[in-house]
Design a protein around this ligand. Structure first.
Ligand code: SF4
Length: 368
């Protein structure tokens, strides 16, 4: 028996996944989406508050997934013990694997799953793509809603002949001649897959989506079993400002840690905030975000410090411990450097432009 495809959306606690849930509920109310969140046990309070508000808006429970659910302590602490107190870092991300990816893959098991991911149209990152063939990612905010692996196969020269026959099965309207001429042209060093994809999307986003949907039926993707997929018609591209708009219009609101807070250093005015969701001690934080945590959530900062073992070299930052970072002279220096670096950019209402680099870096499973 063919299993029914499940549609899921992971709520990270960040703005983009929350906005995606609202967007899909409003625009495609007939899509039966299951929502889940992977709780590390170490999120900011604002994340839990956002999840509660979202549940009210969606009228559905958001399923909470936890790594090591049989453990009597928080998932993060459980794995931290297993790793002998070795803190995760960008080079050793045991946290993302054990607290996000493994619980998610366990939750979907072998069911065919379409997973909606809130990567925006103004971002370059690709997001989480499961190696499990039963999980297919869709990116509704982008012009290209398909994942890299689908596009690679669709535009592969080895599939050229079969793909070139697809326009006979799809109504491409006025765009047909243009699309056929692009589709039948092989890629090479001067005409790479991204050029070909962009040309196809320029010729017709909907038409390209219908072709890819038809192509999926020749492969073992979860959407291959669906007869209809409403997002094929979606031509909208959403960028950061749209995300804030969606959150505000829905009254779900923006997680409070994105809101800027004024500070003053050596007579200069500055503003800081946190740039993303995830664990309060996340090692992807910028130094100014650690200062924000120290000053705005001192109890959290202290808890983050308690995880460090300076003698063993286990610190959240490679270059300094939190004990060193919290010294008044060091705090002043971090603030000054930050104000100087970003003095022209304080026009953004949520500081996201200033912390832009931080947002782009890091873990798509935690920060979308
Ligand atoms: S938020 Fe940071 S510390 Fe937490 S699981 Fe994700 S990468 Fe690891």
């Amino acid at each position: 028996m063919i299993k029914k495809t499940k549609h899921v959306l992971g709520i990270s606690g960040g703005k983009d996944s929350a906005a995606l849930a609202i967007y899909l509920k409003r625009k495609y109310p007939l899509l039966d989406i299951e929502y889940y969140t992977c709780d590390t046990g170490k999120e900011m309070d604002e994340t839990y508050q956002l999840i509660e508000r979202l549940e009210n808006f969606l009228g559905k429970k958001i399923k909470v997934l936890r790594g090591a659910e049989e453990s009597h302590i928080d998932p993060f602490d459980h794995f931290m013990k297993l790793y002998g107190g070795y803190l995760p870092s960008s080079n050793a991300r045991w946290c993302t694997k054990n607290l996000k990816l493994v619980p998610f893959e366990k939750y979907v098991a072998d069911d065919p799953v379409v997973s909606y991911v809130g990567i925006r149209g103004d971002e370059e990152r690709e997001g989480y793509i499961s190696r499990k063939p039963n999980i297919q990612s869709i990116f509704p905010f982008r012009r290209n809603i398909w994942s890299e692996d689908v596009i690679n196969k669709f535009l592969s020269n080895s599939n050229l002949e079969m793909v070139a026959s697809l326009p006979e099965q799809v109504d491409l309207g006025k765009a047909k001649n243009r699309i056929v001429s692009i589709l039948t042209k092989p890629t090479d060093a001067g005409f790479i897959q991204s050029n070909k994809l962009n040309q196809l999307l320029d010729a017709g986003i909907k038409e390209t989506n219908y072709l890819i949907f038809e192509f999926l039926k020749t492969a073992n993707y979860p959407l291959a079993t669906e007869t209809y997929f409403p997002l094929l018609e979606n031509e909208e591209v959403l960028i950061r400002k749209d995300i804030f708009q969606i959150l505000e219009d829905s009254c779900v609101g923006v997680p409070a840690y994105y809101n800027k807070v004024d500070f003053e250093v050596e007579g200069k005015k500055g503003q800081y905030a946190r740039s993303r969701s995830g664990c309060y001690f996340c090692f992807f934080q910028q130094k100014i975000e650690w200062v924000w945590l120290l000053e705005q959530h001192p109890e959290r900062f202290k808890m983050a410090m308690d995880y460090e073992d300076e003698k063993a070299g286990f610190t959240w930052n490679a270059t300094e411990s939190l004990r060193e970072l919290m010294q008044p002279e060091r705090v002043k220096q971090i603030k000054e450097e930050y104000v100087n670096r970003s003095s022209d950019e304080f026009k953004s209402p949520y500081l996201m432009d200033i912390l832009d680099d931080a947002e782009a870096e890091g873990c798509a499973a935690c920060f979308i």
